[in-house]
Design a protein around this ligand. Structure first.
Ligand code: UDP
Ligand code: MG
Length: 460
């Protein structure tokens, strides 16, 4: 690892120097700009190579990158200080001093990268503590099999303007259901609930038609478009089966995972999350924002399963508990892990939509993202307090400095302190007061949700 790290270091130093040279002599940048460009490219290159090649590790991209920058900054500062120390205090030759400076730099950046920037933590849902073993069939592992099969399964599908996909979806589901009924996994009275979320196309008439031609289809029609989450909840709460799976209408999510989810359910899991194995079909933008969003949620203390959308199995019991969360702004992905039931994950590959277009334009996505933060976290409110504290302490520090410059040195400008300082100081105090109010608002906000205070696992 160290050797790879050193090779990367030499390589990007070389590239960085080459860029500085190019920038100065061919593009006629001035010295500072050229150095900044060269160094910047060197750091980026070092980051990519170290992440991909040396350590092959790292948390969410943005977090890892910020950590790496921090490590580099500490290393660089130490390097500079060491060089100055050897050159000025000990009067070493400047090249020799540079050589001494490299040593702490290398050590700090190496160990910093290894144990801080690229350490592996919670990289995927599996390291979030969910068990991954996938039972293959009904008969295998009988000693831990808790239920015997023949599950009364309900599948819930929110549909918004999905006329192009419904028939196909229903027929694929039909063959899947036939297959696993045959196997004895689910009972023949299992059903699929299509929830029409106020579509403006033929979605509802197709659903109506299917309820006649296909015995396993049921339809729920919402009065108007209420959004994906609400349509989902409407379906989940109307379904009566003992296990309920939610899935999107466009079948981007691999249907094969349903069987795996059921097997996990039979082995005693109350919730099984479908987790995407990779995000390779996503655009770069989607991937990048998703990663950033997970990092942000994590920072705010919201616990979600990474790369899991709303494709999941829930037991009857889980649904009943979910009903106790009476808040109107229900962010399912955040609530469900909070219930603390025995959970597991199933990995699947996500394909393209086979017809129609995405019903999640950027603004709906942003809305959902904001919902995820504001319905779980009071951190933004608390940040006000920190900001206020920071400002008032800062202005206090500046006051000390002003007093010092007034009495000790003679650099004081008349009138400056009495104008500028109160602005910061009062600003800080105001923010602090807002922070106190925010603290109470946070309490009110948490209280109004009337969430259950506990979920009982068992009483004996
Ligand atoms: N959906 C819904 N109401 C809405 C938007 C979407 O019920 O207001 C449904 C949609 O019909 C689909 C699911 O939510 O079954 C996911 O939408 P989509 O596949 O368009 O999202 P994407 O896969 O692009 O994220
Ligand atoms: Mg989709």
């Amino acid at each position: 690892m160290l050797v790879k790290f050193l090779i990367v270091g030499l390589f990007n130093t070389f590239i960085g120097l080459a860029i500085i040279y190019l920038a100065m002599y061919f593009l006629h940048f001035d010295e500072v700009a050229a150095n900044a460009t060269g160094y910047g490219v060197g750091v980026l290159l070092g980051f990519v190579l170290n992440k991909r090649w040396t350590f092959k590790n790292g948390n969410l991209l943005t977090t890892t990158f910020l950590r790496y920058i921090l490590v580099i900054a500490v290393g660089y500062t130490t390097n500079l200080e060491t060089v100055l120390f050897f050159a000025n205090r000990l009067n070493f030759d400047s090249y020799l001093a540079q050589a001494f400076g490299i040593l702490p730099y290398t050590l700090i950046t190496y160990f910093g990268s290894k144990y801080y920037a690229f350490r592996d933590k919670k990289k995927h849902a599996n390291s979030q503590g969910y068990d991954e073993a996938e039972p293959e069939s009904l008969t295998e592992d009988n000693n831990t099999l808790i239920k015997g099969g023949n599950i009364d399964l309900n599948i819930v599908i929110p549909c918004y303007n999905e006329q192009d996909v419904l028939f196909e979806t229903a027929s694929r589901l039909e063959s899947l259901l036939d297959e696993i009924t045959e196997e004895g996994l689910i009972s023949p009275k299992s059903q699929v609930y299509f929830v029409d979320d106020g579509s403006r196309d033929r979605t509802w008439s197709i659903i109506e038609e299917m309820t006649v031609t296909k015995p396993f289809v049921r339809g729920i029609k919402l009065s108007r478009n209420q959004g994906h989450q609400n349509a989902l909840i409407a379906g989940l709460f109307s379904a009566t089966g003992e296990a309920i799976i939610s899935i999107d209408a466009d079948l981007q999510d691999d249907l094969g995972a349903i069987r795996k989810m059921l097997l996990k359910y039979l082995h005693g899991c109350e919730i099984v999350y479908g987790v995407r194995r990779s995000r390779s079909v996503d655009t770069f933008f989607k991937r990048f924002t998703a990663r950033g969003y997970y990092a942000l949620l994590h920072l705010m203390g919201v616990d979600v399963v990474i790369d899991h959308a709303d494709y999941r199995l829930m037991s009857r019991r889980a649904i009943e508990i979910l009903k106790d969360f009476t808040e109107v702004n229900l962010f399912l992905r955040g609530i469900i892990p909070q219930m603390g039931l025995k959970s597991s994950v199933v990995y699947y590959d996500r394909g393209e939509r086979f017809a129609g277009e995405s019903k999640y334009p950027l603004n709906k996505m942003l809305e959902l993202a904001l919902q995820g933060i504001t319905s779980f976290s009071a951190v933004p409110l608390r940040a006000i307090t920190s900001l206020g504290l920071f400002l008032s302490l800062g202005s206090f520090g500046v006051t000390l400095w002003v007093i010092w410059s007034r009495f000790i040195s003679d650099a004081a400008i008349p009138g400056w302190a009495s104008t500028v300082l109160p602005i910061y100081f009062i600003g800080g105090i105001q923010l602090l007061c807002l922070g106190v109010i925010a603290e109470y608002i946070a309490k009110i906000y948490l209280e109004t949700k009337r969430r259950p205070r506990f979920v009982i696992e068992k009483i004996i």
